[in-house]
Design a protein around this ligand. Structure first.
Ligand code: FAD
Ligand code: EPU
Length: 354
């Protein structure tokens, strides 16, 4: 189905009003020839094309002047080998529902990633992660269609170049890769990951089940993170910054209680939420946008926020954290402008000039 001059408010969890010139609901691979023709038309008119899942990591900064492809492909196929469950999942399936269905079927492994909003096709893009595991830990391969050629390509997990909130799908030259399907392998020899943060509070760790971890993760997340159905947000607005050991040591001398997580390459990951909190920004508002009172890394649409409110608030947060800690925050959320992807540094210029 194709819609024109369509509101994107129902299609982004920030609930920001913006319009798309055209929205294509891609729910059947049989639509591919029609979709490819449409993409060719938009490219020939120099108009942008955007691939969208559930919009839970997307900030529409303005109306979008081109074609939005909303990926709604459905289907889950489960097979087994001697040692693994093999899941082939279409890109439009809901991620949390997949996790929930797996746990109900006794297919364990994905429980730490429960309650992450969004669809399956977006999960590889930033290599979703929470409570000690990441998408890459279960990924066998990712299938995509090249929107320029129509070719179906399968990348192995190694070829996806997964890293913290990163993958090949965020790299230059991959904006025409529309993920259609992922293949996950879950070991039948399940190993719990229950030593991360608050999960350590689960009693009787030796006997812990995947369902217990699933329930704990859901409980912790429900306590900490606002439900986008009730309060618009996109989860962590910024990534946790990674700094040198030297910079972390200097900060730790000033702030001995600062959370810090040593990485394999000897760099140190800091907690952006803690930095924003220490900068005194919890509850800070710009127009209808606010820094969440329980989790300072989450910016919320408190009262009919516009994208301008969110952009100004994000810039204030970034500027204050830089001034206080000399740490640069990079946003995790994808900024989409009129002509395609943009970023905070770019949009703040025209927002200030308004
Ligand atoms: P969208 O916002 O629709 O798209 C995200 C990006 O992926 C866009 O750049 C889009 O172009 C691209 N994309 C989407 N579908 C495809 C496709 N089929 N092919 C190619 N590119 C595609 N993230 C975490 O990692 N861990 C968390 O714990 C976490 N918690 C969250 C909690 C809340 C309350 C919220 C609102 C968000 C949270 N997030 C978290 C962020 C978000 O849920 C993830 O990034 C999720 O994977 C986004 O899915 P989506 O379908 O909504 O993506
Ligand atoms: N903290 C504060 N004040 C705050 C927020 C956090 O002091 O307002 C402190 C906490 O006390 C803790 C530390 O900062 O010591 C880290 O906070 P938390 O455990 O809540 O996790 P996070 O680093 O803020 C990351 C991910 C989340 C993921 C959780 C759990 C990023 C950018 N965020 O958050 O992912 O769910 O860990 O694994 O890596 C997302 O990407 O959208 C997301 C929600």
């Amino acid at each position: 189905m194709i819609e024109t001059n369509c509101s994107l408010k129902p299609f982004n969890t920030f609930s920001i009003e913006a319009k798309a010139q055209t929205l294509f609901h891609f729910n059947d691979m049989a639509q591919l020839p029609e979709l490819l023709d449409l993409v060719t038309k938009y490219h020939s008119e120099n108009k942008p094309v955007l691939i969208l899942g559930a919009g839970s990591n997307t900030l529409f900064c303005e109306d979008f002047s081109g074609l939005v492809i909303k990926v709604e492909l459905l289907g889950v196929d489960i097979s087994t080998s001697d040692e693994h469950y093999i899941l082939q999942v279409a890109a439009g399936e809901d991620w949390h529902q997949l996790v929930t269905d797996c746990i109900a079927k006794g297919i364990d492994g994905l429980e730490n990633l429960a309650l992450i909003p969004g669809v399956v096709g977006s999960a590889p893009v930033q290599n979703i992660g929470a409570y000690g595991t990441e998408f890459k830990d279960f990924c066998e391969s990712v299938e995509y269609v090249d929107l320029l050629t129509g070719e179906l390509v399968v990348l192995s997990a190694a070829e996806c170049l997964f890293a913290y909130r990163d993958s090949i799908f965020k790299h230059t030259g991959m904006s025409n890769a529309l993920i259609t399907k992922v293949t996950l392998t879950l070991s039948k020899q399940w190993q719990p990951h229950s030593r991360y943060g608050s999960l350590q509070n689960i009693e009787n760790q030796e006997q812990v089940s995947a369902k217990q971890i699933y329930d704990s993760v859901c409980q912790i997340r429900n306590e900490k993170l606002p439900d986008p159905e009730k309060l618009g947000n996109v989860g962590s607005f910024f990534k946790n910054p990674v700094v040198s050991q030297q910079q972390a040591d200097a900060l730790l001398r000033l702030y001995p209680n600062m959370p810090n997580y040593p990485q394999n390459d000897k760099s140190i990951k800091l907690a952006a939420g803690w930095l924003i909190d220490q900068a005194g920004l919890k509850g800070k508002t710009v127009g209808g946008a606010a820094v969440h009172k329980n989790q300072a890394l989450v910016l919320i649409n408190q009262n009919n926020a516009t994208s301008t409110d969110v952009i100004l608030l994000a810039d204030l947060v970034r500027t204050k954290v830089k001034a206080m800690f000399n740490v640069s925050l990079e946003h995790e959320v994808r900024f989409i402008g009129r002509e395609g992807e943009t970023n905070l540094q770019q949009v703040i210029k025209y927002v200030r000039a308004k």
